[in-house]
Design a protein around this ligand. Sequence first.
Ligand SMILES: Nc1ncnc2c1ncn2[C@@H]1O[C@H](COP(=O)(O)OP(=O)(O)OP(=O)(O)O)[C@@H](O)[C@H]1O
Ligand SMILES: [Mg+2]
Length: 305
Amino acid sequence: MVDQAHKLRQAISSIRTKESSNPSENQSESSNKAARVITVTSGKGGVGKTNITVNLAVALSKMGLKVIVIDADFGLANIDVLLGIIPEFTLLDVIKGEKSILEVLCDGPQNIKFISGGSGVEELVRLDKNQLEKFVENIGLLDKLVDIILIDTGAGLSESVMSFVMAADEILLVTTPEPTSIMDAYALIKMVANRDKSKNIRIIANRVETPGEAEDIINKLCIVSYNFLSIKLNSLGYVLRDDMVIRAVKMQQPFLLKYPRCQAAKQIEDISKKIAGIAEYKTQKEDFGIKGFINRLIKFKTHSS
Ligand SMILES: Nc1ncnc2c1ncn2[C@@H]1O[C@H](COP(=O)(O)OP(=O)(O)OP(=O)(O)O)[C@@H](O)[C@H]1O
Ligand SMILES: [Mg+2]
């Protein structure tokens, strides 16, 4: 055990020395450094969450930020398929105490790291206090290593997805122009508003035909949510329907790297600039970062089970 802890510390310090050209260097030096935890979700399935997550990660990494993507869609392995990566281990191995968090990190394109969730969250609530503390300490290393953690969730309004949504510092809600997708997005907003109206929900309209169509959808969602649910939403913009996205998916590569000049890539870059420009959201010291996220996740799961 001592050996493992020593190895981890060494690994972290080597990563941190390599970081010298990183814009977040000053933050990394601080012992209070915490990663921003952003959950990407939707009401309806198949709206483009996984594509948006992976390509946003690539865009943010291109800007010099350190990014990890966690695949929390336990139904279907999404990100591995999109990236053509077969992870050897998952977060479940960390939860069981069999692997350290660094051992389950997979290398993705453009320096992004990727963690497969496995059926992790369900297992979390079964851990005793000691095991849980060990896990939180272990996953807490990510706060020191990265700037942004993007969590790709499955679709739908299940308790499992809701736990990721409610535990996140920030929520990216993806919708398409289809009425069913908008209705399901609204249903998700309602579930969030019923629990916590102060949650930070940012909308992305994906697969739209025109910028005007996106504006229309986002405005409607904002107005209805404010009037009926008293929750304020923000817009992060849109991604046009673009055949290059479909082509890149077939080639198992992020469209941002395969077709960097396509419209969808430009729009993802615009969105990533907005995300990077958002002043960090911080509550109390022990409440932010991945540690705060896991603590909230566990609380949510224990309350709802
Ligand atoms: N902007 C876009 N333009 C064209 N096609 C798109 C766009 N975004 C997504 N798609 C298509 O939609 C499909 C589904 O996208 P993706 O897998 O990212 O959705 P998802 O929301 O993660 O789905 P699930 O709910 O099953 O996890 C892609 O394979 C691609 O073909
Ligand atoms: Mg997906």
